[in-house]
Design a protein around this ligand. Structure first.
Ligand SMILES: *[C@@H]1O[C@H](CO)[C@@H](O)[C@H](O)[C@H]1NC(C)=O
Ligand SMILES: *[C@@H]1O[C@H](CO)[C@@H](O)[C@H](O)[C@H]1NC(C)=O
Ligand SMILES: *[C@@H]1O[C@H](CO)[C@@H](O)[C@H](O)[C@H]1NC(C)=O
Ligand SMILES: *[C@@H]1O[C@H](CO)[C@@H](O)[C@H](O)[C@H]1NC(C)=O
Ligand SMILES: *[C@@H]1O[C@H](CO)[C@@H](O)[C@H](O)[C@H]1NC(C)=O
Ligand SMILES: *[C@@H]1O[C@H](CO)[C@@H](O)[C@H](O)[C@H]1NC(C)=O
Ligand SMILES: *[C@@H]1O[C@H](CO)[C@@H](O)[C@H](O)[C@H]1NC(C)=O
Length: 925
């Protein structure tokens, strides 16, 4: 006994010695000047999360993120990579105003990773080019901008260079890149190379390059089908090639059939039309291919799988390793190539959505035993869903929504799908779900969409949902539900999205929702028969972003507490709500879209919106709102893109501050009681002039949510009304001030709004002439000036408007010939020009006395002079009024602008931050 313990204590002693020795060996203080350089480097950072807390003392080789040569003790590695997607405290970003030049002291540094940190949009410093020992340099996602320093070309030992996602300035000189011939991994994502033509030539001549990422590089001008001997050796060597998001066009060259080492190929979001030799032959030849993404090449296809694919043997000696096949949003127009797919034994992800796939889902689907993710949505699939689907043991995600499938789904369809967590079946011809009420499914779903499916449960809530405790999204639109409250057993604590729209729900559903689903962020109850008033209990849903209650029979007033939530979209339209808006002091600063149309709201502009700084769409059509359009609308709601106050009881003048809305695209004030003149500072509507920003109708949604939050905004144009969805809206620029009592002239500034598509000023009391420069409105498709008191000639420049499809000038006092040049010669409706006493020529039946279009008809000269005289007097009166108004108005507007400049900066920053937060939250959820 004793002996044993003696022995063990000797062992212990030895171990202790070794540990001490070990400690001693590796705690040698590092080289003095390198230590100082590192400390200086540390000081250059703002380190709010104390990531560099270990950077103290003298043992720099043991600091976090520092590595040394074990023999010489020289610092050889700095790895301070940050990852914003990681919740890990130790990888939160550092920030600095540039990379500190103290690094120059680290003569032996060969590995430098500063990716994900924040360098404040400064330039990548040129001194890095002197750090010639570098073999690994990663500066991706690090907020650099400006030009890339050509000095980097001195880093001839670099094997890995990653500069991606910094979006620096366009690069015209890439000569330096050609010196980096040791490169094996190169990632230049987001660098604009549109001005360089030989980039591919240079890169493909590097002898060791195996991984090349050139996505988002604006490569559309690059001749892609170069064939040189270097090129083919590159193609046979490369393992990863990413050319996605580049607008590359044409066929993928035949030479690509020889990429014998290829594992990852990303070519999405280009304009490729096909692969020479066919996709199936391409994949067959490239045996090592694991991932291929050709999504979003909209014209890719025709028959991508050559006609013989069914018989084709996949000719790779060790089988084929294809795991990911992404062909979404192409035009493949084929049937599901099921036999071909069946040859890939490791296939995990297949995305054939949005690709015009037709035919039925073959029973052989059940043979894709390794499949985990299958997206066949948004195609033209028909027929029934085979029960063999139930054999897909590994299936996690199945999306067959938006096809024309029909038939009955039973428990057998799901029998082995124990890993399934996402199931989308919605929007098919007719899928019915026939499961026993006491069915216990093998899966725990997170996301379920059975919209438009019929259940054997009739109008009840599907019983089997009782077993689904992990639900996050539940979409039950148009499923004939006529419940009045949710079953008490349905308590999915983590549910964030609930869609019960387009059903026959009546009764007090709000209480059960608020009690049973406290974490809801998106709630859709639109298009039901709800006939309550809005209960206060709704305000318990503190995380709510989206609330859609449109098209119900809800009545009563709206509680102020709704605006204390952080709603981004609120739709109350087409109900029976009434009363004035709550005078709440809430700060709905994240509200982006507010729809109140078709209710009985009354009172003034809702004061609660005064703080709605992010509001993009405000639609209040068809209520009884009254009083003046207050100046804060133009001053505060700086994000507005759509302002619709149509068909209310607003009176007073249009405040000129309204024209301060730089992003406004749609201004609809028609059918009110507005008087006064049209503000002449219309030329402040930036977007209507430049179109800049029109493409960026930012919405906080992803695919399914986008579909649901897609709202219609009615636009009256060419005397018809059109429903524009929120996405289409970005294409619309429209001003409608018709049916008011506006007086004065059409301000000539209106002709600067080059992006204007519709202009309707009809049914007012406008005087004067059409501005001569009306022809500058080059996008105009519809012009309605009828029922006013406009006079003078119809300007010749109108004939320049080649897009004009509707022109209404009737019921005015126009005179002279109707111009018949150019596009105007196609307007043959006399009614467009009717009831203008002095107008003549085609298409009116009144012949002009003088056929010379440049002279007035002699008979009318006197009348016209009188008219001109009258006009002049009216003009003078108006000028005097305007000048007086201007003197008073100037200091009110300009004075307040001067006072508020500082405050404006503050709130723009706030809006940006708010945007970022919402974004971040949504991404994380
Ligand atoms: C970032 O740069 C701006 C000037 O461009 C400067 O005002 C600001 O202080 C810098 N921020 C940091 C953290 O260095
Ligand atoms: C560079 O760092 C980023 C993370 O910030 C990483 O995703 C990327 O793979 C790295 N690049 C290389 C070539 O190692
Ligand atoms: C690095 O490259 C730049 C520009 O390409 C050049 O001017 C400079 O002399 C080079 N520096 C060294 C140390 O080689
Ligand atoms: C593929 O490579 C082989 C041998 O290197 C060559 O004979 C053949 O022509 C190449 N095919 C294409 C399409 O480039
Ligand atoms: C709900 O979410 C939490 C946190 O994400 C998770 O830990 C929990 O398991 C989830 N509950 C269910 C029933 O899935
Ligand atoms: C809304 O957001 C703000 C700031 O992001 C936050 O302080 C507030 O607590 C949120 N309100 C609710 C009801 O969650
Ligand atoms: C405008 O409408 C308000 C509220 O209906 C009314 O009190 C006011 O008298 C009207 N003003 C004019 C000038 O008609």
């Amino acid at each position: 006994m004793r002996k044993v313990s003696e022995k063990s204590s000797i062992v212990l002693l030895r171990m202790l010695c070794m540990i001490l020795l070990f400690q001693f060996c590796f705690s040698i203080t590092c080289i003095q000047n390198e230590l100082e350089a590192l400390l200086q480097f540390k000081r250059s950072f703002d380190d709010p999360y104390y990531r560099l807390a270990s950077w103290k003392g003298t043992e720099c080789c043991s600091w976090d993120g520092v590595g040394c040569n074990q023999i010489t003790q020289h610092v050889t590695m700095i790895d301070l990579r940050s990852d914003i997607n990681q919740v890990d405290f130790y990888s939160l970003p550092l920030s600095a105003n540039s990379i500190d030049s103290s690094l120059l002291e680290l003569k032996y540094l060969n590995y430098l990773d500063l990716s994900g940190n924040h360098f404040n949009y400064t330039q990548i410093p040129s001194f890095l080019g002197s750090m010639e020992e570098l073999t690994y340099l990663n500066l991706s996602f690090a907020l650099f901008s400006g030009k890339l320093p050509p000095h980097l070309g001195n880093l001839t030992k670099l094997a890995v260079l990653d500069l991606s996602f910094n979006w620096p300035e366009t690069n015209d000189d890439i000569e330096w890149i050609s010196h980096l011939s040791s490169l094996q991994f190169l990632s230049l994502t987001g660098i604009d190379f549109s001005k360089t033509s030989n980039l591919i030539q240079v890169l493909t001549s590097f002898p060791w390059l195996v991984s090349l990422r050139l996505n988002y590089c604006n490569l559309q001008n690059i001749p892609f089908s170069l064939v040189s001997s270097n090129y083919s050796s590159f193609l046979s060597r490369v393992q990863l090639l990413d050319l996605s998001y580049n607008q590359l066009s044409g066929s993928i060259p035949k030479a690509f059939q020889n990429m014998t080492s290829l594992k990852f190929l990303y070519l999405s979001r280009n304009k490729f039309t096909g692969i020479e030799g066919g996709l199936s032959s391409f994949i067959r030849n490239n045996c090592g291919l694991k991932v291929i993404n050709l999504s979003m090449n909209k014209d890719f296809g025709g028959d991508v799988f050559d006609s013989s694919y069914e018989n084709e043997f996949v000719g790779c000696s060790h089988g084929h390793d294809l795991q990911v096949l992404q062909l979404s949003d192409t035009s493949m127009k084929t049937k599901i190539p099921i036999d071909w797919l069946g040859k890939f034994k490791n296939l995990k992800l297949v995305d054939l959505s949005y690709s015009k796939i037709h035919g039925s889902i073959p029973a052989a689907l059940g043979n894709l035993s390794s499949i985990e993710y299958l997206d066949l949505s948004n195609n033209a699939l028909t027929g029934e869903i085979p029960t063999s689907m139930g054999r897909l043991l590994n299936l996690k995600v199945l999306d067959i929504s938006s096809n024309s499938l029909k038939g009955v789904l039973t428990e057998a369809h799901f029998v082995n799908l124990s890993k399934l967590h996402t199931l989308y079946l919605s929007y098919n011809e007719l899928i019915s779900l026939d499961m026993k009420p006491n069915w216990i499914p093998p899966f725990q779903l997170k996301k379920l969409d059975i919209g438009s499916c019929i259940g054997s449960y009739g109008s009840e809530f599907p019983q089997w949902l009782q077993t689904q405790k992990a639900l996050d999204e539940l979409w039950l639109s148009n499923t004939s539900l006529s419940v009045s409250c949710l079953p008490t057993w349905f308590t999915p604590q983590n549910l964030t999205t609930l869609d019960l729209s387009h059903n026959q729900i009546v009764g007090p559903i709000f209480n059960s929702i608020a009690d049973q689903m406290p974490r809801l962020t998106h709630l859709f109850l639109n298009d039901n028969f709800l006939n309550d008033s809005l209960p206060l209990v709704l305000c318990k849903l503190k995380s709510l972003f989206t609330l859609d209650l449109s098209n119900n029979r809800l009545s009563g007033t709206v509680h102020g507490c709704l605006f204390t939530l952080n709603l981004t979209l609120l739709d109350l339209s087409s109900n029976y709500f009434s009363g004035t808006f709550p005078d709440s002091h809430a700060n709905p600063s994240l509200l982006y879209e507010l729809f109140l149309r078709n209710n009985n709201f009354e009172g003034s502009m809702p004061i609660v919106l005064k703080n709605a700084k992010s509001l993009k769409i405000l639609d209040m059509e068809g209520n009884k709102f009254s009083g003046n359009i207050l100046t804060w609308v133009g001053d505060n709601l700086q994000s507005l893109q759509v302002l619709r106050l149509r068909s209310n009881l607003f009176n007073g003048t249009i405040p000129s501050s309204l024209c301060n809305l730089p992003n406004l695209q749609i201004l609809d004030l028609a059918h009110n009681q507005l008087d006064g003149s049209i503000p002449s500072n219309l030329n402040n509507f930036d977007v209507m002039i430049t179109g800049k920003g029109i493409q960026e109708f930012i919405r906080f949604c992803w695919r399914r949510l986008c579909l649901n939050t897609e709202k219609n905004v009615v636009q009256f144009i060419k005397s018809n009304h059109f429903n524009y969805s929120t996405t289409q809206l970005r294409l619309m620029v429209n001003i409608d001030l018709s049916n008011n009592s506006l007086v004065g002239f059409i301000p000539k500034e209106i002709t600067m709004l080059k992006r204007l598509i519709g202009l309707n000023l009809s049914y007012n009391n406008l005087i004067g002439t059409i501005p001569m420069e009306i022809g500058e409105l080059e996008s105009l498709e519809s012009l309605d000036l009828s029922f006013n008191k406009l006079s003078g000639r119809i300007p010749q420049s109108l004939s320049k408007l080649n897009s004009l499809g509707a022109l209404e000038l009737s019921h005015n006092n126009f005179s002279g010939n109707i111009p018949r040049e150019g596009h105007l010669s196609t307007f043959n409706e006399a009614s467009s020009f009717d009831e203008n006493l002095h107008l003549c020529g085609n298409p009116l039946p009144i012949k002009c006395v003088n056929e010379n279009p440049y002279e007035l008809p002699s008979k009318n000269i006197d009348d016209n002079l009188d008219q001109d005289q009258e006009d002049k007097w009216e003009k003078w009166l108006l000028y005097i009024t305007i000048i007086l108004g201007y003197i008073v108005g100037f200091w009110v507007v300009v004075g307040s602008l001067i006072l508020k400049t500082g405050w404006r900066h503050a709130y723009f920053k706030f809006v940006d931050e708010g945007y970022y937060k919402v974004h971040a939250t949504i991404w994380r959820s």
